[in-house]
Design a protein around this ligand. Structure first.
Ligand code: NAP
Length: 321
């Protein structure tokens, strides 16, 4: 059987790194596109067996070069995404224009599949530019190419994420933690290896023309997530609900930083629950059950933030000794 050539955009991100490992272990040949081969390439090289990973550097979206790369592949996967804009219209360029172009080329070169990572819970979020740009991207893809698979995950976490690890650091440093919308927004966190297993099954299987919501096994509120993180790093902190006007002012200030902890757009998005909608199929409907529970998984790496580090131990009550 001819080995499938996979073209991967956004391979150096959290999901990409794990997917490269999974694919190369299973003998897929991957071409990974990155903006900076020196900054990002070293992370990726260790994820794949020799001969299975080809790194291509594209500083800007060079459309002719992308066309050529797509022509030589059988499956194209787009994992490029951003959480905040550095320049005006970045959301539109990254989340709408790029998937539009990639899916047009996937159609032109008759690829087996175009797999695109969108996001869960964006349909209702009409006041979020992030959400609306992702949604527009989905529509373009559906319009351009019938062999699409759009994956919509909830928050993806792991030892190398920007979510649990950042919060563990903040919870460690700050005497209290502000929570927005009373911490009541619901999430369905999915472990990155569970998500990558699903993507892998979708690559191997016959599913096409599919929008799939991907969720973990539990629904947790934002407050419950922070409480589980606090328990895991053995810290006690006040979780203080922040009134919306003050939250808005703090987001306005925080978004001025180069890597903002919170932007106004993210604050808007935080209002909306991040759970399966019932509008689309989800991973459980396809028998792709996710079993990894949040508190068990974070406990495998939270020792980095605990007093005593790797030598810290729990007593019979589950508390750190
Ligand atoms: N992680 C989550 O919790 C989560 C939840 C829902 C949806 N998603 C979606 O899943 C996809 C992958 O997520 P991830 O967390 O793995 O992503 P990530 O780590 O934030 O980023 C993925 C890659 O996108 C590329 N990239 C970032 N900004 C770019 C830009 N301005 N121009 C070109 N390339 C750029 C980067 O690659 P190079 O630096 O190598 O060029 C980066 O490694 C994204 O579309 C994201 O929106 C993620």
């Amino acid at each position: 059987m001819k080995q499938k050539e996979i073209l991967l955009f956004g391979a150096t991100g959290q999901i990409g790194r794990n997917l490269v490992r999974k694919l190369s272990k299973n003998n897929y040949k991957i071409t990974a596109v990155t903006r900076n081969i020196h900054r990002a390439g070293y992370i990726l090289k260790t994820q794949a067996n020799p001969g299975y990973l080809n790194l291509v550097e594209l500083k800007k979206f060079n459309l002719d070069k992308i066309d050529e790369l797509i022509k030589n592949s059988s499956i194209c996967i787009n994992l490029i995404g951003i959480l905040y804009e550095k320049k005006k219209d970045d959301f539109r360029v990254i989340h709408t224009d790029l998937p539009n172009f990639l899916s047009q080329k996937a159609n032109k070169h008759k690829l087996d599949k175009f797999i695109h990572l969108s996001a869960l819970g964006i349909e209702e979020a009409i006041d979020s530019k992030y959400a609306q740009s992702k949604l527009e991207g989905e529509k373009k893809i559906i319009n351009n190419f019938e062999n699409y698979i759009i994956i919509k995950p909830s928050i993806v976490y792991s030892v190398d994420d920007n979510f649990t690890t950042n919060f563990m650091t903040l919870l460690n440093l700050l005497p209290f933690m502000p929570i927005y919308f009373n911490g009541k927004t619901k999430f369905t966190p999915i472990h990155v290896t569970d998500l990558v297993d699903i993507i892998f099954k979708l690559i191997e299987g016959n599913n096409k023309n599919l929008i799939l919501e991907c969720v973990g096994p539990e629904v947790l509120t934002f407050k419950e997530i922070l409480q589980k993180l606090l328990f895991s790093i053995d810290r006690k902190r006040l979780l203080i609900p922040m009134p919306l006007p003050i939250a808005k002012i703090s987001a306005k200030i925080l978004q001025l930083f180069p890597k903002p902890l919170l932007t106004e757009d993210q604050l808007n998005l935080l209002k909306y629950d991040n759970c399966k909608s019932g509008k689309y199929k989800n991973n459980f409907d396809l028998g792709f059950n996710t079993l990894k529970k949040f508190e068990n998984e974070i406990d495998k790496y939270s020792y980095n933030w605990r007093t005593g580090g790797q030598f810290s131990k729990r007593n019979n009550l589950g508390n750190i000794k």
